[in-house]
Design a protein around this ligand. Structure first.
Ligand SMILES: [Fe+2]
Ligand SMILES: [Fe+2]
Length: 193
């Protein structure tokens, strides 16, 4: 597959999570199992997305000396931090718990605001400074990293290089083993007559 422009890749991710948000909102009052599944997908998508932004995109934005880069990146990291706490609380939470829907609603509001700022302010500023070739190379690396970064939130882990890269490798191995275990359990449950 040809390398993808970094900003296009991130926008595609944003669209994918927005689709999941809409599905959750449409699921309504009951539908606990469906909502649990949608939230599992949201956790996975947002965890991977936040990692590639924190490990690769935000450092590139700062290094390229985009105007106001430092403030935009620092605010983004704080917003990721808040989102990760919500995601970690939702990870494994009973979808029938009284607080479940409210937590997801607050998460969705926070992420929509964050996406609006990235797409409205950060990305256009980056486009003005970074050449297409640089963005395509970066996008290719980010795309490949998607297969190896953590799949669950780690709100206490470092969120800037080099700490997040080193820590991310260990967390990713644990997360991915955990995902494989869960999938095996689901398959085993389905196999029971
Ligand atoms: Fe972000
Ligand atoms: Fe983003």
């Amino acid at each position: 597959m040809p390398d993808i422009d970094a900003i296009t890749l991130l926008k595609n991710d944003h669209k994918a999570v927005e689709k999941l948000f809409k599905r959750f909102e449409k699921a309504g009052g009951g539908a606990a199992k469906t909502k649990r599944k949608i939230v599992d997908d949201i956790i996975r998508e947002l965890s991977i997305h936040a990692e590639i932004e924190e490990q690769m995109f935000y450092p590139a934005v700062r290094a390229a000396e985009v105007p106001d880069a430092k403030d935009m990146v620092l605010e983004s990291l704080e917003e990721h931090g808040v989102a990760k706490w919500l995601l970690s609380e939702l990870d494994g939470m009973d979808p029938e718990a009284e607080r479940f829907d409210a937590k997801v609603t607050v998460l969705i509001e926070a992420i929509r605001h964050h996406i609006e700022e990235e797409e409205g302010e950060m990305f256009p500023a980056v486009r003005k400074v970074l050449k297409r070739k640089a963005l395509t190379e970066l996008g290719g690396s980010m795309d490949r990293a998607k297969g190896i970064v953590p799949t669950h939130p780690h709100p206490r882990s470092p969120d800037t290089p080099p700490g997040n890269i080193a820590g991310g490798l260990a967390s990713a191995a644990i997360d991915r083993a955990r995902d494989a275990g869960r999938e095996a359990l689901e398959r085993a449950k389905k196999a029971v007559p």
